[in-house]
Design a protein around this ligand. Sequence first.
Ligand SMILES: Nc1ncnc2c1ncn2[C@@H]1O[C@H](COP(=O)(O)OP(=O)(O)OP(=O)(O)O)[C@@H](O)[C@H]1O
Length: 479
Amino acid sequence: MEQLDIYCSYCGASNQKEEMQCFACGHTLSDDETPIDTPAPEILLQQRYRLLNEVGEGGFSIVYRAEDTQTHQIVAVKAVSLRGLSTQEKIEATDAFNREVNILTKLTHRNLPRLYQHFSDAECWYMVMDYIEGETLEKYLERHKQMPFRLEEVLDIGAILCDVLDYLHSNQPAIIFRDLKPANIMLTSGGYIYVIDFGIARQFKPGQLKDTIPFGSPGYAAPEQYGKAQTTPRSDIYSLGAILHQLMTGADPSQSPFAFAPLPNLHQHAVAKLDTLLQRMVALDSQRRPNSLAEVQQVLQEISKLHYHQQGLSSQYYQPAIFRSFQKAVYAQLPSANSISNNIGVTSFVQQQQQQQQTFYAFSPFAQSTMPPPSNKYQLYSILCSLLGIFMPPFLCLASTQLLHILQHHIVITLFFSAFLLVPSIMGIVFGHKGRAFARHTGTSADTATVGMTLGYIFTAIYLIFSLCFFATTVVLFL
Ligand SMILES: Nc1ncnc2c1ncn2[C@@H]1O[C@H](COP(=O)(O)OP(=O)(O)OP(=O)(O)O)[C@@H](O)[C@H]1O
């Protein structure tokens, strides 16, 4: 009979069958750690996630649509099995899984699936994340080979992808996606875009000359990803340029890497501007590419405005794409929520949930998505701190009639009291700013954070003036 390896459920290393301890991490091995295939549908993982059907496959993984039996939410479960892989493949699959978990854990953005949980059993490693109801851009392009998108749609998609990649790059250290390609972009039936698969994303290491291992997909990967230099945020700019070029021309860059013909219809002012931008983005010399995705996004929005204007529409109605779903007749052609969901019991519940979400988040990018927007706790902290800042000082003075008398006679106590008064309002300002940044990244409302922050500023100013006057009077009295 074939001798099976034993895989460590802790680190995934492959060990000889007779080994008692994992050679890589020292974890105690047991017989039930020999993996079998990825789980069959209908299995309940962790006593919680019921696998419903397979929705996709990657190099080392199978992605399932599943029901979270505790919350009745539909989630995606990515299962990675090491069975049957060569040693090199096991190392790659292990690295990809760990990298994706480590990176996704840190991120919150409206165009990224959220990671809820990860775990392993004797058979596989699992990641539980937001389920995205739709299809990959690659599949969509396969179905629409000739001129798949109109100019305004390409500009919108570009601006949205700039937003999410710029968010990754603004992390400290910057996260470089390294594998932006149509297979890793999903479109939902509601017209929303998600970037998936952080299996080869990495954190930028200042000073490093080149990547440890060359990575990327031919056609979309920048020249420096072939092992010559370290990938930088400009490598993602190259990949985005290659994708936008493909969306405009229908030409698959993997067929002729590094060759990007001028766009058709260059006589149109907006197209000519886009062509100039795309040629800069796919420059072989990374130094000739735009400096950042924020810069690319700004140019795309200028072109979008210009195109809008050229169509005879007043630019006062122009709205940047990141504040809405990209406008596409394609929605009707994508599999809809109803057609994708099969008839397993939870469907009607999920559809009800979606309808409720559409009512609540009609103007946010989460409209028509299967997922509720992430909660923004900074908003709550901001408003609570600001209210505390408003009510605490008068309450203290009323509660202790002695207080004013003490303050008038002790300069040091007066100083402490003044600083103490300011603390809640300043915290209201800090949380307000954080809440607004969080809302911007997740596309949710920032109103509460703005109110908290404004109150914080107003009362910080009032208490500052009050404290200075009070302190001045105390000093005069004291002297
Ligand atoms: N969150 C999700 N919701 C719905 N479907 C998903 C989700 N994540 C992935 N999929 C589907 O599963 C497929 C494989 O996923 P993914 O690309 O993440 O796997 P992978 O093993 O990392 O792939 P690769 O070998 O390309 O690195 C995708 O093409 C997509 O169709």
